[in-house]
Every structure is written in C-alpha cells, then in structure tokens.
Ligand binder design. Structure first.
Ligand code: 3PG
Length: 304
C-alpha cells in the first residue's frame, strides 16, 4: 500500500481535496484525509502507515517524522516550511518539499484587504485615508512581494523593496525602487509589508528600532510569520499613537494589544492562503510533486 495522507488542521477547500484525491488515485496510490484534528495523537496515528504527506502549517516535528515509519516524502502545500523539522526528515530519509508561488496571489490580495480596512477605520463611519500616492515598502521581494508590488502599482502607490537576495535590476524592471538597506526601507515607507521567512536570522528582527524609523501614520502589515516580530512592538505602539499593526498571524501576546483599539487587527486563523484558488494551486502542485517523486524520483522543490 502507498498511502498519501493529507493532514491539514486548517482544511483545504473541498474542490482542492477532490483534485488531490483524483491525482493520487489515478497514480495508483491510496488517499487518506485527516482534517481539523484537535490533538497531536490523531496526527501521530494517521502518519503511522503513510508513504507521503501533504500538510499546510501543520507541525511536522521529530515525533511525527519518527512515528511515520514508511514516510518517504512530505510536501508543505505552501511557501514557508518552518513547520517542518528538516533535520528529522533528513535523518529519517524523508524528502521535504514546498510548493513555492502557488498561493502567493492570495496572500498579496489579503495584504490590501487588511490594509484598506485599517486606513478606512474598519468602515466605522469616520473619514479614513487613501493609498494612492502613498509609499509602500516590500520587505523581501519573493513570490508574494512581486504580487504585492503589482497590486500597489495598480493602486497608484509608490513602491519600494528591500531584498539582499534579489538583484536591483530585477526589482527595477518591475517599476519598483530597490533600496540598499532595510533601515532605508522602513525610514522611507509609511506602509511596510513583510514577506520574510521565519529563520534563526529573521526571528524577532522586526524590532522597536527598525519600526520606529517609519514615517507618521505607519502601518506594518504582516502576512509572513509571527516569529519575526519582536515583542517590543508593544512598547512602540504605546510610544507612538500613530502606529498600526495588522497581522494575518495572531501574536502569542495578543492581549497586550488590547489598549490600542483601532490600531491593530489580527485574523483569528491564518487566512492569507485560504482561497479556493490557492488551495487548489498548492494542493494540486503538492500531489503532483509526490507522484513525480515516488514514480520518477524528481526532487525539484526539495528543501532538505
Ligand atoms: C505559506 O507559507 O504558504 C502561507 O503562510 C500559508 O500557510 P497556510 O497553508 O497554513 O495557510
């Protein structure tokens, strides 16, 4: 038996699950689904006989990898793979992959969904502000950042980007102004949209000193990871009554933000990639990558 398990605490749209199932079964494999599981034991049980796994932000830690005795491949249907224990995967001969770019547009659209709601005061009847002519900084110009730039330009915003891993020429070719330092990005832009991964290097890197560079009426938009934000953002919001923080990832210290009513917004569950289109794109890509790996040994998108 070759069991392909979809284990998603936050389920895909049904259309995505149906398409994944078809791909898996057409390849002659068995399909299994574990959704909305509340405790880890359900995941540990489901992975026991799985050959392959598709997950989202699900915690694939060493316990899970060890429990999955037959596991050959795990695919994170999405971009960020900080939820996969890559060392455990490698130690147990499990190939780990992601599906870069597949859900990027959905995340970029949510940036503006949340930003417009913030600058229009959550539609409470008072006068807000417009985005046209304002400066937006894109912190990391990857798949999501590129879509954010396109949308921002369409809205008539001035678009800046900082990404030490992308050439200035490539950024310029998109009509975006590349900046040389992260400090410059935050000093220049009233709005900053975060698209950095959570790594040892980036954890807590978005801190008081950096954020305090932002011009008056600053809004930080986080559709990346909560781990990159330093807890001293709370002090900054205390010190600067013009500063707003909107995040698609609920911070662990969410109650600390209660005094800043109207200046923060957190989605209850990560919603950036939660569209039918993104679920289908990422889910289908993950299923195809699994079939291609198990049948042909294709390791494109391997991250370990
Ligand atoms: C990603 O890294 O692809 C996004 O954060 C989406 O995560 P999700 O699949 O858990 O919604």
């Amino acid at each position: 038996m070759t069991k392909v398990l979809v284990a998603t605490e936050k389920p895909f749209a049904k259309a995505a699950v149906d398409q994944i199932k078809t791909i898996v079964e057409n390849a002659g494999f068995d399909f299994a689904l574990l959704e909305k599981y509340n405790d880890k034991s359900a995941l540990l049980e489901a992975v026991k006989d799985a050959t392959a796994m598709i997950v989202r932000s699900d915690d694939v830690n060493a316990d899970v990898v060890r429990a999955a005795k037959n596991l050959k491949i795990v695919v994170r249907a999405g971009a960020g793979y900080d939820n996969l224990d890559l060392d455990a995967c490698t130690a147990n001969n499990v190939v780990a992959m992601n599906t870069p770019g597949q859900n990027s547009n959905a995340v970029a659209e949510l940036v503006f969904g949340m930003l417009i709601s913030m600058v229009r005061n959550a539609y409470n009847g008072t006068a807000g502000t417009e985005l046209r002519g304002k400066k937006i900084g894109i912190h990391a110009y990857g798949n999501v950042g590129i879509y954010v730039a396109k949308i921002a330009k369409g809205m008539g915003m001035e678009v800046y980007a900082f990404d030490p891993f992308v050439s200035a020429d490539k950024i310029k070719a998109d009509g975006v102004t590349p900046l040389d330092t992260v400090e410059e990005l935050y000093s220049t832009c009233q709005y900053v949209s975060l698209h950095i991964p959570a790594t040892e290097k980036t954890k807590e890197s978005i801190n008081y000193a950096l954020l305090n560079r932002m011009p008056k009426g600053a809004v930080l938009i986080n559709t990346a990871r909560k781990e990159v934000i330093h807890a001293d953002i709370v002090k900054l919001m205390k010190d600067r009554s013009d500063f707003a923080y909107i995040s698609d990832i609920m911070p662990d210290n969410k109650d600390d933000f209660a005094p800043f009513e109207g200046r923060y917004f957190f989605t209850p569950k990560k919603m950036g990639a939660q569209t039918a289109e993104a679920n289908i794109n990422a889910g289908v890509a993950a299923a195809n990558q699994i079939v291609d790996y198990l049948k042909n040994g294709n390791t494109t998108y391997k991250v370990n």
